[in-house]
Write a protein that binds this ligand. Structure first.
Ligand SMILES: NC(=O)c1ccc[n+]([C@@H]2O[C@H](COP(=O)([O-])OP(=O)(O)OC[C@H]3O[C@@H](n4cnc5c(N)ncnc54)[C@H](O)[C@@H]3O)[C@@H](O)[C@H]2O)c1
Length: 354
């Protein structure tokens, strides 16, 4: 019988629960260790999921030769250092999105991975959703033809989670790096990962975190502190690719909109598609335009199932049974785009990649 993948989870906050759940459901994996700066938080998860070892210093967890793989679910500023240390310690790595905070960091992670025989998977969970997988089949079969335009909107009216999310030192940015990363990545993946040519963006900080708002509740990070807010609250961008395709984007934590909005759409020369708010495929037959609604269990992003597929994919890749769907190279290209949006906004100019 093949031995199980022995997993350690670093960062035991909100999203780690989805990783714990995924490994717990996977017969090829065993959760053996948990690490968090907050020992009580780590111990709680360890007790819940039967992990024997609890750490507060990830270096100690990584020094344990009985751990084969780690999930990194910490603040964004520690993704690169922990990923590099883990790869160098001989562990496979599933790192939450975004891969890191800067392109330089992303290249350093890539170098470490390329110098090793370990798997690094970036947590692009939307690639594992049912609606994405179904649409990918249609795209791969040529039903959309060549996709030349795509757009995504992810607007929160009152959705700055505070805590580390709104501290640029720990997060690297606001809605661009937190929400934009998901929707740009899923579009880019479905478009066939074209090479980015240039980025133009505008980031605004006009409303701040809207801490004045009364009588309307919203999600707050565990360490919410309304006084700290050094990230943008809204941004837009136009991303150009070398094959001539483009993506238009807008994202927000705070905006004077009537309601939250989530839309992800792609347009090809043979057909189009809406991934969110729910999967629709648009085509043309016998000179008639067709709007097709796939009859599937999850026409919108299915959080639980997508995370389970992501973790299962990582376990298989770590055990050498398949290639990871989200390699480190995809993290590097995304960091170029995300950091390009911030740089373009800062300089007031388009950022062109050579
Ligand atoms: N894929 C998704 O849909 C999704 C959703 C939410 C968050 N995330 C990502 O997951 C990560 C964590 O987000 P969260 O919402 O769980 O945050 P969180 O604040 O709830 O949890 C983060 C935890 O990491 C711990 N931590 C931070 N630095 C550490 C270090 N150096 N060593 C050990 N522990 C450390 C903190 O103490 C905290 O318990 C972020 O990168 C975020 O972007 C992804």
């Amino acid at each position: 019988m093949m031995s199980k993948l022995r997993v350690g989870i670093i960062g035991a906050g909100s999203i780690s629960e989805m990783h714990f759940e995924g490994y717990a459901k996977n017969e090829q994996a065993e959760i053996v260790a948990v690490c968090d700066l907050n020992e009580e938080r780590a111990r709680e998860k360890a007790d819940k999921y039967g992990a024997k070892l609890v750490y507060t210093d990830y270096n100690e967890l990584l020094a344990n030769p009985d751990i084969d793989a780690v999930s990194i679910c910490t603040w964004n500023n520690s993704h690169a250092p922990i990923s590099i240390a883990a790869i160098n310690a001989g562990k496979h790595v599933l790192v939450e999105k975004p891969l890191c905070k800067t392109v330089e960091e992303a290249l350093a992670v890539q170098e470490a991975v390329r110098n090793s025989d370990k798997v690094l998977q970036v947590g692009y969970v939307r690639r594992f959703a049912m609606n994405t997988s179904v649409l990918k089949k249609f795209i791969d079969a040529g039903d959309l033809g060549e996709i030349y335009y795509a757009k995504a909107t992810c607007l929160r009216v009152l959705g700055n989670p505070g805590g580390w999310f709104s501290d640029v030192e720990r997060s690297g940015g606001g809605p661009v790096i937190d929400l934009g990363v998901h929707v740009i990545d899923v579009l880019w993946y479905l478009m066939g990962k074209p090479k980015v040519k240039s980025v133009s963006g505008n980031a605004y900080n006009r409303l701040g975190n809207r801490k004045n708002i009364e009588n309307y509740s919203f999600y707050k990070a565990a360490d919410y502190d309304a006084e700290v807010n050094t990230v943008e609250d809204l941004a837009n961008a136009l991303i150009r690719f070398e094959n001539g395709a483009s993506i238009a984007l807008d994202v927000s934590f705070s905006v004077h909109a009537k309601q939250d909005e989530m839309s992800v759409k792609l347009y090809g020369d043979k057909g189009g598609a809406e991934l969110e708010p729910k999967l629709e495929i648009i085509g043309e037959k016998h000179n008639t335009i067709l709007n097709m609604t796939p009859k599937i269990d999850f026409p919108s992003f299915d959080f639980g199932a997508a995370f389970r597929n992501e973790v299962f994919g990582f376990v298989d890749a770590s055990l050498g049974k398949s290639e990871t769907r989200c390699p480190v190279e995809d993290g590097v290209e995304m960091m170029k785009i995300l950091c390009g949006i911030y740089e373009s906004s800062r300089t007031g100019r388009e950022v062109v990649f050579e």
